[in-house]
Design a protein around this ligand. Sequence first.
Ligand SMILES: Nc1ncnc2c1ncn2[C@@H]1O[C@H](COP(=O)(O)OP(=O)(O)O)[C@@H](O)[C@H]1O
Ligand SMILES: [Mg+2]
Length: 346
Amino acid sequence: MSLLEVKNLRVRFDTRRGPVQAVEHVSLRVERGELVALVGESGSGKSVSALALLSLLPRPPAVVETGEAWFEGRNLLALGERELRRVRGAQIALVPQDPNTALHPLYTIGDQIVEALRLHRELSYAAARELAAQALAEVGVPAPRERLDAYPHELSGGLRQRAMIAMAIALEPKLLIADEPTTALDVTVQAQILKLLARLRRERDLGVLLITHDLGLVAQYADRVGVMYSGAIVESGPTRELFRAPAHPYTRGLLASARSLDGPQGAKLESIGGLPPDPLAPPPGCAFAARCAFAVEACTRARPPSLPPGGLRALASSGVDVDIAAERRVACFEHERVLARAGDLA
Ligand SMILES: Nc1ncnc2c1ncn2[C@@H]1O[C@H](COP(=O)(O)OP(=O)(O)O)[C@@H](O)[C@H]1O
Ligand SMILES: [Mg+2]
């Protein structure tokens, strides 16, 4: 059994201008000790997916239309608020993209970590404070004991981000969902955080769902990756395979633009020409078709299903999806042509 298995998540926002399908088709899983990355342009539905799993979206306007999220034998999307509160933090920790949703401005960093610890575990104040200081030290906060008495606004963006990560790992969760946790950090600290996560994966069997823009981090640390575009995971698979031979034109575009960039940071995500479709008026076909060099007429007519590479032909001949548990999936009618050109990316 996977640590986390998300099936067919769909989330809509009912806005004043009309319904917005923010997440249309997200299925993913994270095993114990595994790091799965979710990448994609801003607005593709990464944060909404993460927040939906923990029922942290404001409802309304959010509506979770369909989906299951199995964690340790329980469907998170069917849990009541009381049960969820026990899961959040203690079993699944979230490092949200927006630090303001995680850190209270009126309490010191130390008191916030201590409170979270004591809410879920029987610890004296002094023992909890000691654990909080240790957690801050682990994420590389200098002078951690003094920092415990700081208020969030007294810390730099980078230190605040590290404090959030410290708070998340202090509770020793089984799953960490980290939404762009290293964006405000310099490269050295980024590496330090990712190395810490690698150690926690080994020592505690921690599963990590890492949302990031940084393909360099993905290449170096992720076991598997899901690529999101316009609310859907358009391609997923083991990192090395997907980087070596991307099957979706969007993934291909991401990798090509990352590789064309030089500089010490290397693979930062650059946007591809054109814009994603207006979420209020999505096209009937593939959401990427208008920007896609591989698009054919069929792409503007129907949404391509997410299948193992080559699965479309199998589907056409036998009518069944051959391998529903496939590691590698792609949602593109023309992926065989894309795969055939994998060589000219290198
Ligand atoms: N509260 C909201 N009301 C309406 N639309 C929203 C809300 N939050 C997010 N969205 C929409 O959902 C889509 C996905 O957003 P998000 O998950 O934050 O993207 P990402 O994290 O990939 O950058 C976007 O089109 C965004 O505008
Ligand atoms: Mg986001």
